[in-house]
Design a protein around this ligand. Sequence first.
Ligand code: FAD
Ligand code: SIN
Length: 532
Amino acid sequence: MTTDFLIIGSGIAGLTYALKVSEKYPYKKITIITKTTADETNTKYAQGGVAVLNDPEHDSFEKHIEDTLIAGDGLCNQHIVEIVVKEGPERVNEIIEWGAKFDKEVGGDYKLGKEGGHSAFRILHHKDITGREIERALLAAIKDCSNIHVINYCFVVDIITQHHLGFLVTKSTPDIECYGVYVLNLKTNQIEKILARKTLVATGGNGQVYRTTTNPSIATGDGVAMVYRAKGRIENMEFIQFHPTALYEPGVRGHAFLITEAVRGDGGVLRNKDGETFMGKYDSRKDLAPRDIVARAIDSEMKRTGTECVYLDCRHMGKEKFIEHFPNIYEKCLSIGIDITKDMIPVAPAAHYSCGGIKTDEWGRTSIKNLYACGECASTGLHGANRLASNSLLEAIVFAHRCFIDATDTVALTDLKETMPDWNARGTSEPKEMILITQSLKELQLVMSDYVGIVRNDIRLHRALRRIDLLWEETELLYQTSTLSPQLLELRNMISVGYLIVKSATFRKESRGLHYNTDYPAKSNLVQNIVL
Ligand code: FAD
Ligand code: SIN
């Protein structure tokens, strides 16, 4: 199959880019591929909203820029921060024009929320299901574009480059080029190739590398892993953001339900098991300090009191007001016997967001020609060492636009390579025991959670690396000899992502933002990005 524009991923990043390309080129072929259904994305689970300047009387670009830089702890690229914050309002208006609805006051002004690290109320939201609303609106708009083809259950295995033509490709090869991808068609179980002029990686996050995460099961870091295999540049993978307040349900592992930070923005207060508020001990901004600080404070409080959670107290917030902004959270809590008007909500940190990823320039270009990346899988320089809450959806739409500009400007000069070799599956057979894959995944998640969590040190990182090496060796053998399955491909990708997180963490000899290493508790004077 061939296409002009290939998009891997149907979250906010992939869909925004597709809609823009389709508006400009209604007769060129645009193909979106997803590994399950089109709406199963991190985007769908976003709660808090989109941070964007909306109330110039009480807010400004300068304040949003400053908040982003402070959260990023000295590692943001200021030029990129300015681009995202200043281009944000125009991009948000576009998704509103495509049909996304944000909550309004009776008088017609937008209701603005607040989250950790923000100095003003600036977060547009749709109750506590902002992502679901955006995903709904964008998918509906896509349906009206006859030149966009969405292919579900189509798992991208690898990016096709000169390597597949038999050339030696290394990190120092100049002009590595992307010609398209190999996919595992989950309906036929065949490996097929899709050749494209321009390819966008919009594969989202990698929270599933950890035992407990707010991310759905699709978030396995596939895009980062495949670009790394193709010898593209990957940056700052050590900065994994743990959301301070995932719902704690004893015995529940994997996908944890999020209690949005906007609840604290509306007055929710954290308390320890003795009912004491504790954030004042850690930061003058208390419950609304940036996420790295709140997550570390909770971690420390849990360790000090020997508990598996702390509590979010919303009892004073008023039932009507709470239900108006957070109906989904109210219902979820009630469904497990927590009445937020009488009971505190048990919460604990969970892996939430990858600040690093595929390194891009200001036009979303990766180090591989004709390959773009945007959304959570990309490292644009916006987040630095810690993402400011609700800046992710904003970054995705601003960079989807920038990728669109560059890709459409240059597509006419880009040839399709129509003679790529087929996938070679010789010598492979069905794996005898699928359970081996599941066991290895559990081991990986355990290693990452126990040794590469919120607080790290050199011994733990070293242990993690040794264990990941072993898992890598065993999984490679399985990969070389087995017919491919999504479970095996995801495991292989997650092992690569785990490796990239640990390796980057070992290179960073300091504590900064989300990376806290007790062997180097201070920030170094050397401000650097770790690029692998
Ligand atoms: P996603 O929306 O995750 O989409 C990924 C796509 O890639 C999917 O279609 C998937 O099928 C596809 N894909 C992946 N791998 C493959 C493969 N191998 N082959 C084919 N397809 C593949 N951010 C904010 O700014 N505000 C918020 O309020 C907010 N709340 C959040 C709440 C939760 C619970 C979570 C988990 C995240 C939240 N975030 C929030 C972060 C934000 O939602 C994500 O960073 C963002 O939605 C990512 O969008 P994306 O388009 O990059 O990827
Ligand atoms: C939340 O709603 O707390 C999540 C917001 C985000 O991750 O940006």
